[in-house]
Every structure is written in C-alpha cells, then in structure tokens.
Ligand binder design. Sequence first.
Ligand SMILES: *[C@@H]1O[C@H](CO)[C@@H](O)[C@H](O)[C@H]1NC(C)=O
Ligand SMILES: *[C@@H]1O[C@H](CO)[C@@H](O)[C@H](O)[C@H]1NC(C)=O
Ligand SMILES: *[C@@H]1O[C@H](CO)[C@@H](O)[C@H](O)[C@H]1NC(C)=O
Length: 374
Amino acid sequence: MVRVVSVLGLVMFSVALLILSLISYVSIKKDFIFTAPKYANAGGPRMYMFHTGFRSQLAMKFLDPAFTSLNNALNENLQESSSWRFNQSAYLQQSKEIAQYIDVAHNFTLTKSSVRVGQLMHYDYSSHKYVFSIGENLRSLLPDSSPVLNKRFNSCAVVGNSGILTGSRCGAQIDSYDYVFRCNFAPTEVFRRDVGRRTNLTTFNPSILEKYYNNLLTIQDRNNFYLSLKKLDGAILWIPAFFFHTSATVTRTLVDFFVEHKGQLKVRLAWPGNIMQYVNRYWKTKQLSPKRLSTGILMFTLASSLCEQVHLYGFWPFGWDPNTGKELPYHYYDKKGTKFTTKWQESHQLPTEFKLLFKMHTDGVLKLSLSHCA
Ligand SMILES: *[C@@H]1O[C@H](CO)[C@@H](O)[C@H](O)[C@H]1NC(C)=O
Ligand SMILES: *[C@@H]1O[C@H](CO)[C@@H](O)[C@H](O)[C@H]1NC(C)=O
Ligand SMILES: *[C@@H]1O[C@H](CO)[C@@H](O)[C@H](O)[C@H]1NC(C)=O
C-alpha cells in the first residue's frame, strides 16, 4: 500500500514537472531573440522584473536533457572561462566542411567582373518575381577582386549585439584580436569599454539608412551618416543588398551617396550576391535551418574560413544575464528600459542556434565568451 502511494506520488510529481516544462517551453519560445538594430527604441516599463529570467532558468533545467547539460556547462563556463581549450583539429575539420558548401572568398562580394550592367539580381529571401537591375553606379562601387581573397587572420573576434555585453568591460579584450567582425553597423564609440572600438568588418543592411539616417533626406542626416562612415576608416562595410526586395529603394539611395562621395571615404565596400542558399545548406547539416540565419552566425561562417581561431562575444539571445540573473536589454545599445524583444524568435531560431554554438564551444571549435572580462 505504501509502495502504491509512493509510486502514485512519483507519477504525479513527474506529470507536474512535465506540465511545468511545457509552460516553460512555451515561454522560452516566446521570450528569446536577437539581430536587427534598434539603437534607441524606447519601450514601456518592464512589468515583471525577474519573470523572464526565472522562467528561462526553469526551462533550462526542465526543458530537455540537452538544456540540463547546457545549464551545468554554462555555470562551469561562467565560473572558470580559462578552462576552455582550443581544439585545432576539430576547428580545421569544421572549416573544411564549411568550405565544401561555401566559397567564402568568392561569396564574400560581387566584383566588377562578376556582374554586368543591366543584369537582374534576385533576392535570397523574397519571391523570385522581384528583381534589381544592376546599374553603372552600383557596378562602379564593386571591388575589382574579393578583398579577402587569400587572406588569413590569426585571431578573430565576432561581436554579436546582445545586451549581455553591457557592463562586461570586454572592450580591451575584443580590441586585442587581429580582426574584429561586427554586426549591423552597431555603435561602438559610446560603449567602447564593453565592446571595444576597433572594427575590421561590419555588416550594413541598407534598411539602416531608413531607420537611423532618415533616408538621407536632410543635410544633417547626410552629415551624420558621413561621420559614422568616416570612423570606419579602412574597415569593410559588408552590404547585403540582395537578401530582401524591401531594400531596393534604400539601396539606390545608398549607391547614390557612395558615388557622390567617391574618394572621400576610406571605408571599403563589399556587396554579397545571392549566397544564403549555400550558407543555409551547410547549417542544415548541423540541424540548424531557421527561416533566416542570424547575421551573427553568418559572420561566424565567414570568419571560420578566414581565421585561425574565432572567439564570439555578445552571442546570448536571452532576456536575463547568466552572470547576475538580472534582466537584460536585447541589444547592448538599446535605450535604458527597452523591452527585451521577441520579434525574431521564429525566423532565426536563436535558442537552437545558441545551443549549437555552445556545443561548438564545449568541443573547442570556438570560444563563446559569456562572462565579464577582468
Ligand atoms: C579534438 O577534436 C577531435 C576531432 O573532433 C577529437 O577526435 C579529439 O578527441 C579532440 N581532442 C580533444 C583534446 O578534445
Ligand atoms: C558561392 O559559393 C558557391 C559554392 O562554392 C558557388 O557555387 C557560387 O557560385 C558562389 N556564389 C557567388 C555569388 O559567389
Ligand atoms: C583591423 O582594424 C584595425 C583598426 O581598427 C587596424 O589597425 C588593423 O590593421 C586591422 N587589421 C586588419 C588585418 O585589417
């Protein structure tokens, strides 16, 4: 009798756990995300201060076996990040695999000789009916050859834009890498203590013009944009103009601006063509096939064929800080009080991406920095 009762108790306890997991799972799906700049988007006050963190931690513990081990490994990682060891043979093996799907040097940018005036480009993420006709102006902005052809860098940092960087004081460490990749023209100057100030490449979705530079409609907007570009000096501005057809109009504005300022700016332009099918195919072999890959993992993909070693910063798509348990903004540059956004949860599958990156960290393929820097 006692036995029956305790078995029954155990069953009920398990069912309760299962229900809890399901609830957490639903909220985990709702709570997470990343990418797309939102530099100063004021949000309403946060109502449930510890809510997301608590539920996420719950979910981390009860969701699935992968998350349980992830949570343990995560704690270890935060306590002694020095225990990480680079596994060069594993890294080289993966780079080789990636190279079978993507020819990074050539996929990196269209060149003057790879397109002709009047050629119709399609878009990676839009219906095939949308086209962009390559004009003489755009063609004149293409490099003669890929700027990363036969390039090899010793140590690279890929800096994501997660709010986890806020207060990290990782700036000096990030600046110590040979090559620093950044995403979506994220601001560095004001945040240099946490994110560093050096940039060797940053992505630039043409829609940034619309969101932060008012489509260059006023002299002030044009000056602001010019000054931001001037800071990039000899860095590469990597412009995915052929991912979404919605970029077409801003792309023309951007092209006109660069043609007008030819010779005045040292920033170098790269214009990738329709490359996502190749990148997607590789990550699909790793069970990662979201509707759209994040800019962060796209940058890691490029870096893995240009660098001897890649370390990631600011890759943490969750709304709470694993170091402190405190609530986090979505981006490190979000205005104080901005709500953690769940906008990209479905399209990027960031929790899945994070799990994969963390596994690669554990395997010594890359280093994922989550803790604060000394
Ligand atoms: C490094 O990775 C290789 C290939 O994935 C694996 O066989 C090896 O055991 C790893 N070495 C260490 C020290 O973990
Ligand atoms: C990108 O790389 C793939 C695979 O190597 C290649 O087939 C394709 O032509 C390249 N595309 C561009 C636009 O460079
Ligand atoms: C990366 O950028 C820094 C300045 O931001 C520059 O000093 C350095 O030479 C660049 N490295 C490469 C490999 O281009």
